[in-house]
Design a protein around this ligand. Sequence first.
Ligand code: SF4
Ligand code: SF4
Length: 390
Amino acid sequence: MATKACLPEFGRQAPRSIGRSLLLTLPILLWSLLMFANPQAHPSRQQLIAGAITGAFMVAMFFMMMRTGNTYRWRRWFFVTLGVLFPVGFLSNVLTMRGTMGIPVEEMIAGRTPFCFMPIPLLILPAALTRTVVFPGSILPHGGMSGSGIAAMTGIWLAMTLVLGRGWCSYACFFGGIEEGVAAVPRRARIRKIDPRWRYGPWAVLLAMVLLSLALFEPAYCMWLCPFKAVSEYVAARSTIGLVQNGIFVVLFAGLVIALPLLTKKRTQCAFFCPFGAFQSIFNKASIFDVRIDKSRCKPCVLCQTACPNLSISKESIARGETLLSCMKCGACVDACPRSAVVWHIKGTEVALKPERARLMFLYGAWVMAVMFGGSIIAQGVTVILHFLA
Ligand code: SF4
Ligand code: SF4
């Protein structure tokens, strides 16, 4: 007779009871209360309501992950919400303080450009060789648009990266949810065959951008290729060069974040292009969590490969019992496998020994950070909407 937590044949996590799911959710509830109870010394009514809505939402999504045993579906609700609400909060701030989405050169020279995690890999070589941060923002926390500063953002990124590895791209990136949401719209992919060589795209862009940033002494990706400039801030178009840069941002956004995800149901910007994603993959080596395939259960139906939004499983990797280095730990393959052969795993332990325990440990780490980082961004977006409605 199987235990309540396991289906008999494959050991898959069955729905838990409400009581047990609530118990497992309790630490996240307490953490959310801590995060959202008092966002500022004198919060406005809208901020208080936004904090309550966001806290409840984050707790509800975690509860559903515990109750159903399904990770991807509920994580996606959080991640798409983050992707949609980030531009709402960010652009509202930009427009209030600056009056335009364009960054004037004077703002750059004054070091008032808001920092984002994307340029981190581009700053390393110039900083190592010349002790210069080639980004026009403040190193330390600063009022106004530069917000928490380069040092704080880099610190947050490092802490999250050591736990999540490339899981950053599924639980923290405030851009990836846009294309994940778009990819969820069609029922079926129109383009199903994708040349696996596209997997090398992000590495090629990373190499080119690192070298170019060193040569030009500026974060070349942010200046020329970031598709998300189209929904955040762009170079003030006061010259032909500015117009060309903004044209590139819009074309890349339309192609990689809208059109291709609609056609392929994949996160094409992440899978084919994003240099930060490639850089982040390296840290999968440092994270203690990974997703593995229990070869003794697998009958190679490749449903996991089809489900992966990032081309992070191949037939060869299935045969080896592994996901690829680029795995974002989104959980789509785990949830898709009909034989529960794809499992969460803690490195150094036997594969599939206690996969649910590994999943729980990973999700606690990921969700604590998601509440703190993504949750605060969601709350900011909700606050803007509430102000607008008031
Ligand atoms: S979905 Fe499961 S059974 Fe099918 S190939 Fe992937 S791991 Fe094997
Ligand atoms: S291999 Fe699995 S967990 Fe990793 S990105 Fe693909 S679907 Fe997500």
